[in-house]
Ligand binder design. Structure first.
Ligand code: 5GP
Ligand code: ZN
Length: 115
């Protein structure tokens, strides 16, 4: 728990959020500023500041389980029409909250390239 991290505060129940799914290691919440009909944030409960920190520390098993957790929610929300997952990393990646999270977007067609 990082006391300065907004997502850690949400996980601790100190800030309200819509929790979509949760297990012992991961949580999925609804993004407060959705960019698609479904816009979820899937993240480890433990604070890792970004994808690099997560990959450096954790086993392949945990990483695979996080991606499976996100993919399962995306497939469900996408109703067979697909979805997009995004991990913004660092300033050039557009990361604004330094607690690793996967954006899961579904419910509309996504354009490419990203902005
Ligand atoms: P990033 O820019 O780091 O990739 O994504 C951060 C995301 O967190 C943004 O999509 C933003 O809308 C979302 N967000 C920021 N603060 C809150 C909050 O307090 N609650 C929820 N549910 N989402 C938040
Ligand atoms: Zn955190």
């Amino acid at each position: 728990m990082d006391p300065n991290c907004i997502f850690c505060k949400i996980i601790a129940g100190e800030i309200p959020a819509t929790v979509i799914d949760r297990d012992k290691d991961f949580i999925a919440i609804a993004d407060v500023n959705p960019q698609a009909p479904t816009h979820l944030l899937v993240m480890p409960i433990k604070h890792y500041p970004n994808l690099n920190a997560f990959i450096d520390v954790l086993s392949n098993t945990v990483i695979a389980r996080l991606f499976a957790f996100a993919a399962h929610l995306g497939a469900s929300a996408g109703k067979g029409a697909g979805y997009r997952i995004v991990i913004n990393t660092g300033p050039n990646g557009g990361q604004s909250v330094d607690h690793l999270h996967i954006h899961v977007l579904a419910g509309r067609h996504m354009s490419w390239p990203p902005g």
